[in-house]
Unconditional design. Structure first.
Length: 660
């Protein structure tokens, strides 16, 4: 049985899979995991080890899917590794010193502490699966960043040794193999579309999910005692280009906000959706593929067009005399963290901060170059060969292609894009127009979670970026691992789930509507229109009137363009339903923006009608949720995880909750 229409033009490629939109598959699980990326895989492994029947549903293919599918080179907050000089508690203090009480880069307090406690354990788990977390082959014997006893290698802060250099290009295949070994049931190429709730009611216990196969179009009803959502966070709400989606960004093309939209529609309380920041809009160089001295390329020598070296300084502006000093805290400094907007207390070495000014005055000439040949051999090989090669999206596009094209780090420099002087050293990391935005790269908000990593809905847990955890591998792995312990324990004593047939039927009508139409627009036009709404009505400057107009436009696009979009095959159906998710995510963002009636620096949030920045009475989380279709606003203390009913310290809460 098929609803498939014949190709509409001679240029349309014939669909290569058998299509059966009418077929319905029913699958049962103790623990259902939606999104088989880093968090989802660690969750699946740990739930299976606890004896649960585990089902993973993945829109792509687990073996390579997700932001971590193409690799990882540095592992954050491995505070419990034997060489670390930083305890989890000290790391929490350091992160709090950011002054960003919303925990920008590191996620929220719960996920951040779980990261600090379990990040290294997840590496040991991975090592058992065959992932190289040490310099086993002694390629870097004698290097300053290597511990000779454990052969662990460190990045950024060689004194405190909390960030581990790993060889993670093959991490997903290793996780996939482990899922298979443990008998986890994997449904690749199935896009989940909604959460099912007891009695079909918003706000009730979650008892499963729906989805469809993006190749065959078959429908899936998943019935589960407990469910973990780990589908990343919404991206691509403001800027859209099919041509630029590939290697350029730090986002994952499958991060279309399905999980956030599903949780929202099911009635979960959400927070921090109002935080967004400028983005490249896709117009940047391939990640790590242009010369720079940050992140994976830290701390590469930089020279100007005449070969003149750019000096490095410590946080106090003192000139550093040698390369080694760049990797150590300055005199009297406890530790350093690497990342954007690091406060003075934690700031590591950098190029001279007035570089832009010096370029303007003619002291240095653009373009700049990353001068790999002048780096000591271990550092050079660590940057190009260890980091670039294992870092996400670098193995093939950068390491292999550049090498095959003749790039030799022993001889060649890599040019930095000619950008405004302020961005001259950044390697294509520059930002676009202010209305091209992304939900904050790190911790973009989403469902509120508690110390069990449970959302406000019974039976529904969240892990990885979906839980607002910091945008890093360690956090995804650690929260996946932790959420599985809780979800598996809940499943053991949970009532048998009962699916509400009406809820399933309604969802089928919604999902398949685009394949039932013959005339209408395509998903790309819908997506482009949606981005325009977000650019115009949820850009850099917001106000009640602008946001309300934006909501009107979102309603209008839902009722007109989205209700007329045609999908000619299951792939187009997936893209169309992703647009539906993005419309819902955009509504979530606009409602959250309306609920916060104050401007905020850490949230990158400007209200023209409430210009006061961070007034004390707004130092709180604003929450939003749906109740019978109506938006309900609420609030929570910023550090709700250390407020009543929780204990006042991270350690106490972790010890009380981390094991069932
Ligand atoms: C280029 C790049 C380099 C990076 N480098 C580092 C690094 O060196 N160190 C570091 O710590 N972090 C790094 N990160 C970040 C890190 O990879 C992510 O934080 C981590 O992978 C997030 O894990 P996750 O499980 O939350 O999301 P993901 O691993 O992306 O998993 C989400 C999964 O959900 C699936 N999905 C989405 N929607 C649906 C749906 N509707 N139904 C079913 N499945 C769905 C997706 O296909 C995906 O597989 C990097 C990221 C990128 C992109």
């Amino acid at each position: 049985m098929t609803n498939y229409e014949e190709p509409v033009s001679e240029n349309t490629i014939e669909w290569p899979y058998p299509i059966d939109y009418e077929k319905e598959n029913e699958i049962s699980a103790d623990v259902l995991i939606l999104g088989g990326g880093i968090a989802g895989c660690h969750a699946a492994i740990n739930a299976a080890k606890r004896g649960a029947k585990v089902v993973v549903v993945e829109k792509g293919a687990v073996i390579r899917s997700g932001a971590g599918g193409a690799g990882v080179d540095h592992w954050h907050a491995a505070c419990t590794n034997p060489c670390s000089k930083v305890t989890p508690e000290e790391m929490m203090e350091a992160v709090e010193a950011f002054g960003d009480y919303y925990y920008g880069e590191y996620g929220n307090g719960i996920t951040c502490y779980i990261l600090c406690r379990e990040s290294y354990d997840t590496l040991l788990d991975l090592e058992k699966m065959g992932v190289k977390i040490r310099d086993e082959d002694d390629d870097f014997k004698g290097a300053e960043f290597r511990d000779e006893e454990t052969k662990l290698m460190f990045a950024y802060d060689y004194e405190n040794r909390h960030n581990i250099r790993v060889q993670g290009a093959e991490i997903k295949p290793a996780l996939y193999k482990e899922l298979k070994r443990l008998g986890v049931e994997i449904h690749d190429r199935v896009m989940t579309t909604s959460l099912l709730t007891e009695g079909g009611k918003q706000g009730a216990r979650v008892v499963g999910a729906t989805g469809f196969n993006v190749r065959t179009g078959e429908f899936y009803v998943f019935k589960a005692k407990s469910t973990i959502i780990s589908m990343g966070r919404p991206s691509g709400l403001w800027a859209f280009s099919t041509e630029l989606i590939g290697a350029q960004g730090l986002e994952e093309p499958n991060w279309t906000g399905d999980g956030s939209a599903m949780a929202w529609n099911a009635g979960a309380e959400c927070a921090l959706m109002e935080r967004s920041g400028p983005s490249s809009g896709g117009f940047r160089y391939p990640s790590y593929g242009a010369g720079n001295c940050g992140n994976t390329w830290y701390a590469c020598n930089m020279v100007d067009a005449n070969g003149k070296e750019i000096p490095w300084v410590d946080r106090d502006g003192r000139l550093l005399k040698n390369i080694s000093e760049r990797y150590y805290p300055s005199t009297g400094q406890r530790l350093t963290l690497y990342g954007p907007n690091i406060p003075y207390e934690l700031r590591g070495a950098s190029l001279v901060p007035d570089l832009a000014e010096r370029i303007r005055k003619g002291e240095f000439t653009l373009p700049l170059y990353a001068d790999l040949p002048s780096m000591p051999v271990h550092e050079r090989r660590a940057i190009f060969g260890l980091m670039v090669a294992h870092e996400g999206k670098t193995r093939i596009p950068i390491y292999e292609n550049y090498t095959q094209a003749g790039f030799d780090p022993d001889k060649d420099m890599l040019q930095t894009p000619i950008a405004p002087p302020e961005r001259a050293h950044m390697g294509g990391m520059g930002m676009g127009a202010p209305q091209w935005r992304e939900l904050a790269f790190c911790s973009g908000g989403g469902p509120v979670i508690n110390w069990d990593l449970r959302t406000t809905l019974e039976g529904l847990y969240a892990a990885g970026n979906q839980s607002g955890a910091g945008s890093n591998h360690g956090a995804a792995a650690a929260t996946g691992r932790y959420s599985a312990r809780k979800a598996a324990a809940y499943a053991k004593s949970a009532k048998e789930p009962v699916i509400d047939r009406n809820q399933v039927d309604q969802e089928k009508l919604r999902v398949y509507a685009p394949v039932k139409r013959k005339d209408g627009g395509g998903w790309k036009e819908l997506q482009a229109g949606l981005c325009r709404i977000m650019q115009d009505y949820c850009g850099e400057h917001k106000s009640e009137a602008i946001l309300n107009t934006g909501l009107e436009w979102l309603k209008s696009i839902s009722e007109s363009e989205a209700s007329n979009t045609v999908a000619r095959n299951p792939h187009e159906l997936m893209r169309t339903v992703e647009c539906f998710s993005r419309i819902t995510s955009s509504e979530m963002v606009m409602h959250a923006c309306l609920a916060r009636k104050a401007s905020s620096r850490p949230l990158n949030f400007n209200r023209l009608d409430y210009p006061e920045v961070d007034p004390p009475e707004w130092n709180k989380l604003v929450t939003t949720r749906l109740d019978n279709g109506a938006v309900v606003e609420g609030e929570m203390p910023i550090k709700y995880w250390l407020s009543a009913p929780y204990a006042p310290t991270y350690k106490e809460n972790y010890e009380e909750h981390s094991e069932p």
